[in-house]
Design a protein. Structure first.
Lengths: 235, 235
DNA sequence: TACTTATTGATTGTATACAACAATGCGCAC
DNA sequence: GTGCGCATTGTTGTATACAATCAATAAGTA
């Protein structure tokens, strides 16, 4: 319960508390497995447990928090399987979404994306790795928003939040790939309205992220690909 | 509040009530816009409003129910835009999922799918259109389950529930396309382990469903395709 | 008669009290 | 000394009471 905001100017609605917790988790200020006691939270935010419970249930629905019956709420700890699934789902959604974004982006959208990268850089310069990670997620979210599909944006939003937990658990130090490189390239493709390239870049970016994790099981999609190749044709 | 179960053997947990309501909505026993009063529901299910509220919030998170502050909960009424988005999201997720299912399906899975179709037929024979619609959705869900990706299955589940609302609002009588035809063909492709064909069939099945709706706006994806073709290449 | 406004009724939002359950620590027996 | 069982304590689950808000209706005036 260390790093959350104190009660001073804190939000007092269920949604506000959920957002604050979500962000704290996203920025790795709350580690996976951390207990989120209802009394603690209601003290911190100055509301009753009723409100806190609503916030926790909302987060549980996004699978960012796990509620164990009669045991309480904890920051979720995605399994290896879940980790694979989340990135496989992102690989299914985000590349085509990046294509749409490239085709629909207006100049103002490009500006927003570039502003995101700048913030990301300054966070890294300030050594705030958590904030940089959060901003990196927001970059992906912004692309979905530009694509103009709220439903897909919502799904991506949840997947990004879960990705943050996965990175907290399974990131390996060796792989220090620089995100901003990939993000810069994406912005260029989108600014050029090059849908093909945006889709490709997003796909390979996600594959890079996925493979930068310490996940030793073979993911289901790879099994499918293997079987697909063995049965003798390509999609 | 007409067609829900009476209190006799009703579920008493938040999840149970959410499931019962979800199913009633899915089967068109509760029309879009229907008020879901907390007192009414707590009387019907014999639990306090606390439990009912949790169930309603859960359904609201799936966008099957809309909660208006200080006004109460209503069965959702998806807008035209939402309707398009839901089917576009399904077109993004389900075809590739059907491919995976074809590659991973075991004999027992095929049996389950065929059992689904049989139930669907008997529901239609009994004139229970709502139940047939529900079962049709479950068929799609079962395919996602066979593909073995819980995360994607969850997303598809939500999209199917919302689709049911969209069909209630925007289905046009003229289009009496027979779902079971398409479902039969899908089973065959899956049984043959023909991933390509399963993907194709699912794609065209979803396009058929989408175009059988009374949606006169031009969807975003079509705009993208148009612009993509104009800029001179194919994905 | 039409329009505004105040009162009333009903419904939701929030807090709190109590019940049920799990975890912990102590004591006792082996 | 170790293992088991029980009591205690703390936390969550549920119900209910009260406050706040909104919708509807009725009264009053132009």
């Amino acid at each position: 319960m260390a790093a959350t905001n104190t009660a001073s100017d804190s939000p007092v609605s269920s949604a506000g508390i959920a957002a604050a917790l979500s962000r704290a988790i996203h920025e790795h200020r709350l580690a996976p497995g951390t207990k989120l006691g209802e009394d603690d939270l209601s003290d911190i935010y100055g509301v009753s447990r009723t409100i806190v419970r609503a916030a926790l249930q909302s987060l549980a629905h996004q699978q960012v928090v796990e509620i164990k019956r009669n045991r309480g709420a904890f920051v979720a700890q995605p399994s290896l399987t879940e980790a694979h699934e989340v990135f496989e789902a992102r690989e299914l959604l985000e590349p085509r979404t990046a294509r749409s974004a490239a085709l629909r982006a207006k100049p103002a959208d490009i500006d927003v994306l570039q502003a995101h990268i700048l913030q990301e850089h300054s966070a890294l310069d300030a050594g705030d790795r958590g904030r940089a990670l959060f901003l990196s997620g927001q970059f992906h979210l912004e692309i979905a928003r530009i694509a103009g599909q709220q439903t897909i944006t919502d799904m991506v939003n949840v997947l990004i939040a879960r990705s943050s937990l996965i990175i907290a658990l399974y990131w390996r130090r060796e792989s220090a790939l620089c995100e901003s490189q990939a993000h810069h390239a994406l912005i260029k493709a989108i600014a050029d309205k090059d849908g093909d390239r945006a889709e490709e870049l997003m796909q390979s970016h996600l594959v890079d992220l996925h493979s930068a994790l310490n996940l030793h099981e073979m993911p289901a999609v790879v099994q499918d690909l293997k079987q697909m190749l063995l049965s003798g044709d390509s999609g």
